[in-house]
Design a protein around this ligand. Structure first.
Ligand SMILES: *[C@@H]1O[C@H](CO)[C@@H](O)[C@H](O)[C@H]1NC(C)=O
Ligand SMILES: *[C@@H]1O[C@H](CO)[C@@H](O)[C@H](O)[C@H]1NC(C)=O
Ligand SMILES: *[C@@H]1O[C@H](CO)[C@@H](O)[C@H](O)[C@H]1NC(C)=O
Ligand SMILES: *[C@@H]1O[C@H](CO)[C@@H](O)[C@H](O)[C@H]1NC(C)=O
Ligand SMILES: *[C@@H]1O[C@H](CO)[C@@H](O)[C@H](O)[C@H]1NC(C)=O
Ligand SMILES: *[C@@H]1O[C@H](CO)[C@@H](O)[C@H](O)[C@H]1NC(C)=O
Ligand SMILES: *[C@@H]1O[C@H](CO)[C@@H](O)[C@H](O)[C@H]1NC(C)=O
Ligand SMILES: *[C@@H]1O[C@H](CO)[C@@H](O)[C@H](O)[C@H]1NC(C)=O
Ligand SMILES: *[C@@H]1O[C@H](CO)[C@@H](O)[C@H](O)[C@H]1NC(C)=O
Ligand SMILES: *[C@@H]1O[C@H](CO)[C@@H](O)[C@H](O)[C@H]1NC(C)=O
Ligand SMILES: *[C@@H]1O[C@H](CO)[C@@H](O)[C@H](O)[C@H]1NC(C)=O
Ligand SMILES: *[C@@H]1O[C@H](CO)[C@@H](O)[C@H](O)[C@H]1NC(C)=O
Length: 595
């Protein structure tokens, strides 16, 4: 992901290359991993479609939209530094709907870096997305996302839809991103074949609806969604430039709120785009390197209410389409690149702190971060509409004694060596809420484990990264008499392993880079005896000749397996793409015995 923010860095790098290091540039360790495809003029072929592998939404298959609302059309040319583009929104007139799908269509032609983008409605983020890098033939793609969980905003009249996509266009970077946003409204009340409770949002799917959610399959959309976002011209996301910054907003929540879940959107850029491969500062200093991609490889997004740390997450390492090896990501983009995951933190045990008619400051920060992160959130609230406001009472029973432990070790000799980080966080919080549903106690137990190892070989020209993130959250709801009414267990695992080798070339200051990557999103959610699971895995391998940030030529292969299973059925898809061509694409709804 490049923005003009990187320009000083790029100049520095060029200076570095041309003035001092040119003779040994090829033996420098690989500290920038973001590239642009150098597109060779083709015989004008038709534009190519790009895809992120997901599963189809059940309800879009079974019925046609009752209304379609084309909302937004814009050509993002030289938009760097400009505020988001806004259009008015009101729900479609005289249309019966229960579900809404956001469709983001984009196309681009020429030479351009990948860019980050987002869509907000009335200040609440609905979609975080990134663009594919175009070719001279042109490319196009569609992102489809179930946004039914934002129903309380979608019914509002005369609000604003905003889209931000900062792009730079000049003689070299010619690609303009053409974007359309359309909302499709579905009425699935009377459609047979869908269990109404079931399709809202099972919180696990990758892409087509949100992932990693604790908004359960049996939940109706929240009654109120309060954005925790910025209101400046620099976008509605908070731009976090250092580990010391906390950004947020004061909120007053209704006195009859009975459930609260904070949803967090996050993406990482600049010197932290590849945070999971950043070496410690000691390595950079010891070797007199100029890279700012440092500060080690541990990052954690922290959520606070006033001064209490109430939750955290380690994000899935989404790779943008210019990342690691851009040839990996054509025409199948990286897991999450078109529909970045958002993360949910159940705040119901903390309602005792919030139900006092006073403003509380909800804020977000990123531990150990270097510039820069784009973060914001939506507070989803469920309200007891049959209670008078003063009839709902809540109390925090246990703030927990959060256990946090981090161990770092490193051993370097010159440009070779290794470093390792082990982090573990454990917490258990509980609180009760008395409403017309009874006096219910919610207990949220969470365990987060993070492990990262980086090794450098061959005078720093070979780098191997191995990372794993494991998170287990159990939400139990107990009745007044101590009987467990519901228990939801959510497990998420994000393994990543990456190798990059730089082979010097005496000619033209080019480097041959050999790259391998395996990464995976695994999630499993169990509610009572039912379970939903997803394994989404990509294995990529390739070689490319690069000159500075330009990929001159190369080849790559990407294999992807996607397998989803819930109580109703299965969906699996197997993909093989080589040298920008989809060789194999097999989808099946059969349940294989293995998953
Ligand atoms: C290792 O790389 C450094 C910096 O590029 C260079 O000065 C040094 O000569 C290299 N050492 C060997 C053994 O190749
Ligand atoms: C959607 O419809 C297609 C064709 O009618 C069918 O092959 C596919 O299995 C359906 N997908 C789902 C998830 O129902
Ligand atoms: C609303 O839609 C219904 C059914 O399509 C139609 O009969 C009715 O005339 C519409 N009402 C208005 C005010 O347009
Ligand atoms: C956007 O919509 C317009 C009008 O329907 C259409 O001409 C254009 O091709 C669309 N662009 C994309 C990127 O889908
Ligand atoms: C929205 O704007 C229209 C036109 O200005 C107006 O008639 C309508 O009352 C407004 N609705 C709300 C809820 O403010
Ligand atoms: C859906 O079903 C309800 C009750 O069975 C009925 O009143 C309503 O008219 C139906 N709606 C449509 C769009 O068929
Ligand atoms: C780094 O710079 C210092 C001061 O210029 C020098 O003494 C040292 O040898 C350099 N180290 C390496 C590994 O080049
Ligand atoms: C608990 O909530 C119910 C329903 O709102 C209310 O009638 C009852 O008085 C509450 N109990 C206490 C002790 O506040
Ligand atoms: C709700 O239940 C908790 C735990 O059993 C108890 O401590 C509390 O007093 C109850 N609250 C009300 C309003 O009854
Ligand atoms: C090096 O550059 C020259 C002139 O631009 C070109 O003719 C030659 O093919 C290049 N060599 C490689 C290996 O790219
Ligand atoms: C892909 O491209 C590379 C580099 O041009 C080439 O070596 C390789 O054979 C190609 N693979 C296939 C399957 O075409
Ligand atoms: C494509 O996938 C099918 C089903 O998994 C498999 O039988 C076939 O061998 C694959 N083809 C290639 C070229 O990999």
């Amino acid at each position: 992901m490049r923005s003009s923010d990187d320009t000083p860095f790029l100049l520095l790098l060029l200076l570095f290359f041309f003035t001092f290091i040119a003779p040994f540039s090829s033996s420098q360790p690989q500290h920038h991993s973001h590239f642009i495809k150098h597109t060779l003029p083709h015989n004008s072929n038709p534009p190519h479609p790009y895809i992120e592998i997901t599963r189809p939404l059940t309800f879009t298959n079974l019925t046609t939209p009752s209304c379609s609302l084309p909302l937004f059309t814009y050509n993002f040319g030289n938009t760097y530094g400009l505020p988001p583009v806004s259009v008015p929104y009101s729900p479609p007139f005289n249309c019966s709907w229960t579900h809404v799908v956001l469709q983001f269509n984009a196309s681009c032609k020429g030479e351009q870096y990948d860019r980050i983008a987002a869509v907000w409605l009335d200040g609440a983020e609905l979609l975080r997305t990134s663009t594919a890098e175009p070719t001279d033939d042109g490319i196009y793609w569609t992102v489809t996302k179930d946004i039914t969980k934002y129903t309380s905003i979608l019914v509002k009249e005369n609000i604003t839809l905003s889209v931000m996509l900062e792009n730079l266009v000049n003689d070299i970077f010619t690609g303009i991103y053409h974007v359309n946003v359309t909302f499709l409204y579905y009425d699935v009340k009377n459609v047979t074949g869908i269990k109404l409770d079931n399709y809202v949002d099972n919180g696990i799917s990758m892409g087509v609806s949100k992932l990693g959610s604790s908004l359960g399959s049996d939940d109706r959309p929240a009654d109120l969604v309060l954005p925790i976002s910025a209101n400046g011209d620099n976008g509605l996301w908070f731009r976090i430039e250092s580990e010391l910054e906390l950004f947020g907003q004061g909120v007053v929540i209704p006195r009859n709120t009975i459930k609260a879940v904070m949803e967090i959107y996050v993406s990482f850029h600049g010197n932290d785009e590849f945070w999971y491969s950043n070496p410690p500062d000691s390595y950079i200093q010891m070797n007199n390197l100029t890279t700012k991609r440092g500060h080690g490889a541990y990052r954690e997004v922290l959520l606070k209410i006033d001064d209490y740390l109430v939750g955290s997450l380690v994000p899935f390492p989404v790779v943008f389409t210019g990342g690691i090896n851009p040839l990996f990501w054509e025409p199948v983009v990286s897991i999450g690149a078109f529909d970045l995951p958002s993360y949910d933190i159940d705040l119901t045990p903390f309602l005792g702190l919030l139900l006092d008619d006073k403003a509380h400051f909800l804020s977000l920060g990123v531990a150990d971060s270097v510039p820069f992160w784009l973060v914001d959130g939506n507070l989803h609230l469920w309200i007891d509409n049959s209670a008078l406001p003063c009839q709902v009472h809540a109390k925090v029973l246990d703030y927990g004694t959060p256990m946090f432990n981090i161990e770092r070790s490193s051993s370097f000799q010159g440009l070779d060596g290794s470093c390792e980080i082990d982090m573990r966080r454990k917490s258990k919080v509980s609180g009760w809420v008395n409403s017309t549903s009874g006096n219910l106690t919610t207990i949220v137990s969470r365990e987060l484990k993070f492990k990262n190892k980086i090794k450098f070989y061959l005078n720093g020209t070979e780098k191997r990264v191995k990372q794993n993130v494991r998170e287990k959250t159990v939400v139990s709801v107990l009745s007044d008499t101590g009987i467990t009414i519901s228990q939801t267990t959510m497990k998420k695992i994000y393994p990543l392993s990456m190798t990059t080798r730089n082979l010097p070339s005496s000619e033209n200051d080019t480097i041959l880079m050999l790259t391998d990557l395996v990464h995976e999103w695994r999630a499993k959610k169990s509610i009572g005896g039912l379970s939903i699971s997803l394994i989404n895995r990509q294995k990529c391998s390739g070689g490319m000749v690069v000159q500075d940030h330009d990929v001159l030529f190369g080849g790559a292969t990407t294999q992807q397996t996607y397998s989803y299973r819930d109580e109703v059925g299965c969906y699996s898809r197997i993909i093989l793409a080589t040298n920008a061509t989809l060789i194999n694409d097999t989808a099946s709804s059969l349940c294989a015995a293995s998953l």
